[in-house]
Design a protein around this ligand. Structure first.
Ligand SMILES: N[C@@H](CCC(=O)N[C@@H](CS)C(=O)NCC(=O)O)C(=O)O
Length: 287
């Protein structure tokens, strides 16, 4: 496996935010970048818990790190945060730059099975397997036995679906304005239609449902530790892209969905509630 290479580093909060890159097998050999916030106290002999933050459509590895308002609280709690990119870059797939909801900046945290996309668009494998392996090998002081995941919008879908698909791997999951029922809402339908080669005739196809949090939650047999915040003035909520009620409708204990009065879809909303999400994860990561 290729080693990670440092690109830049900035002092922030009680530690450093460092950008790395490495050639990713999951992304067909393309170089991918990610940021790691590491509290200064972390070391290979004293590793810290890890939180992954998955960003939304049109974003990259810098968006959450720069605008999410997460780092002071993470520093205080002694938690590292890993910020992956949202898609491969420069795959050269026809049309990948034409639509902000598909292709570059819109990897949807799945493994593509459609011929056109499957060589490069495997963000699920990158986030769940390859990036953790590369980070473990680099021995930065991250303890992946204490691992949680969060994200925004498309990244909220990523965080919840990855948590639900891997019982026991994460201590907790949270999301800001997630696309919570993507097999039935426009962004998800567009992404799944293009990325996934669905052979089943059911509607929605089972190949889509394996990435739908509201569906996955129905058969999640473990104790759930999930926190979701959504702003009542979120235009994407109003346009039916998010459907957080479909998570509540499952009626599973341990899933808290909070509607936040007057907030929209932006990073003003995320940065307001980010410290509460960090505290939520800290409670489970340190339990
Ligand atoms: N480009 C889209 C909006 C894309 C968008 O809102 N992306 C969200 C995630 S779904 C985001 O976090 N954008 C980055 C930002 O707000 O800084 C549009 O023009 O409607």
């Amino acid at each position: 496996m290729a080693s990670i290479e440092k690109v830049s580093s900035n002092r922030v909060s009680s530690g450093y935010l460092t950008k790395y890159k490495f050639p990713s097998k999951s992304l067909g050999g393309l170089s991918t970048q990610f940021n790691v916030f590491l509290p200064s106290a972390a070391s290979s002999s004293s590793p810290v818990p890890v939180l992954f933050y998955l960003a939304g459509l049109t974003c990259n590895e810098d968006t959450g790190a720069q605008k999410g308002g997460m780092l002071n609280k993470a520093g205080e709690e002694g938690i590292a945060i890993v910020f992956p990119d949202t898609s491969p870059r420069g795959a050269g797939v026809e049309g990948e730059e034409d639509d902000w909801q598909l292709g570059t900046g819109a990897g949807f945290y799945l493994n593509a099975t459609a011929d056109k996309w499957k060589k490069h668009y495997n963000m699920y494998d990158l986030v769940v397997e390859e990036l953790p392996s590369a980070l473990k090998k680099a021995d930065l002081g991250l303890d992946f036995s204490r691992w949680s995941i969060t994200g925004h919008s498309m990244g909220g879908h990523g965080a919840l679906s990855i948590y639900l698909k891997n019982p026991g791997l994460f201590k907790s999951a949270s999301a800001f304005s997630p696309a919570a029922n993507p097999s039935r809402t426009p962004w998800g339908i567009n992404a799944f239609t293009n990325y996934l080669d669905a052979k089943t005739r059911s509607s929605p196809p089972s190949e889509w449902l394996q990435y739908d949090s509201s569906h996955l939650l129905q058969s999640f047999s473990e104790e759930a530790h999930i926190l979701v915040d959504v702003g009542t003035e979120d235009d994407f909520l109003k346009k039916g892209q998010l459907e957080p009620k479909s998570l509540e409708a499952v009626g599973k204990e341990g899933v808290e969905v909070r509607m936040q009065d007057g907030f929209d879809h932006s990073y003003y909303f995320i940065s307001t509630f980010a410290p509460e999400h960090i505290a939520f994860h800290a409670k489970h990561l340190k339990a």
